[in-house]
Design a protein around this ligand. Structure first.
Ligand SMILES: O=C(O)CCC(=O)C(=O)O
Length: 261
């Protein structure tokens, strides 16, 4: 049974489920209108690239207003604040395409491959809090779904190399996450997860938004677009890390991002 949560503030029960499994599934995080606009943006962004390839594109929020609205979406932001506090950045965003008839991906934990977060401590601390918004239907189990190993963010062991997706050696404890367009999957980067097989005739799109402590460098951009900074809101500007230390070079901190409450 999936750890299902509701859009909006994090309840104590949801927090317990997140702590236990490492993720929450939030149906109806986006309205049908928001899904439609984000899906159109995702398709536009991927259109110039070859068909039939798994691909992730970064920082689309700079040019696509529908995706920009996901940066501080009220369905999910209160849960992010419940888990990370008020001082965090949008470390990256990835518009992910799992093509029609695409094969399963390999299990992994997220983070910096060259310095794995699990080197910091076991259990792996929460360093990247990810939200995957489903832009296409994933309500059955062969639609390019995310596949999670519940609770694996707390595991001390690495995943055995013998575990191969969708074979006899795949783990029986895996959970295939299902959801309609507009559902969101909030997850801890330490949970072993992978892309599921897509047996559909259409491409699967998921829009991932990744939040992290302010000391982690952004990974989907070298710098923020000036044009975006000039037109976006003060909160979004703060979320992409455009804040000043009160003194340089050894600041005491920075102003709290201008949340509404
Ligand atoms: O959206 C997907 O297919 C999976 C993405 C993923 O595993 C990742 O970004 O680490």
């Amino acid at each position: 049974m999936a750890p299902v949560a509701k859009p909006g503030p994090m309840t104590e029960e949801e927090r317990f489920m997140f702590d236990s499994t490492g993720y929450l599934v939030i149906p109806d995080a986006l309205t049908p209108g928001e899904v439609e606009a984000c899906l159109a943006a995702a398709r536009r962004a991927h259109a110039p690239y070859p068909q039939g390839e798994w691909r992730q594109l970064g920082h689309l929020y700079e040019t696509e207003p529908a995706i920009e609205a996901l940066m501080d979406h009220p369905s999910i932001l209160p849960k992010v604040r419940a888990l990370l506090g008020d001082y965090f950045i949008l470390q990256s965003t990835w518009c992910t395409l799992q093509p029609a008839h695409g094969k399963a991906g390999r299990y992994h934990q997220d983070g910096s491959g060259v310095y794995e977060f699990r080197r910091l401590a076991i259990p792996t601390p929460l360093v990247q809090l990810r939200v995957g918004y489903f832009l296409t239907d994933q309500s059955r189990d062969d639609m390019g779904n995310m596949v999670m190993i519940p609770g694996s963010h707390n595991a001390a062991l690495r995943l055995p190399k013998t575990v191969q997706p969708d074979t006899d050696t795949d783990l029986p404890i895996r959970e295939v996450i299902t959801g309609k367009p507009g559902a969101a999957l909030l997850f801890h980067q330490g949970v072993f997860h992978r892309t599921g097989v897509n047996n559909m005739d259409f491409d699967r799109y998921t829009m991932h938004i990744v939040y992290a402590p302010p000391w982690l460098i952004p990974s989907d951009r070298m710098e923020n677009s000036q044009e975006f900074l000039e037109r976006t809101t003060p909160l979004r500007k703060a979320l992409v890390g455009e804040w000043k230390r009160p003194e340089e070079p050894f600041g005491m901190g920075y102003d709290r991002p201008p949340f509404e409450n």
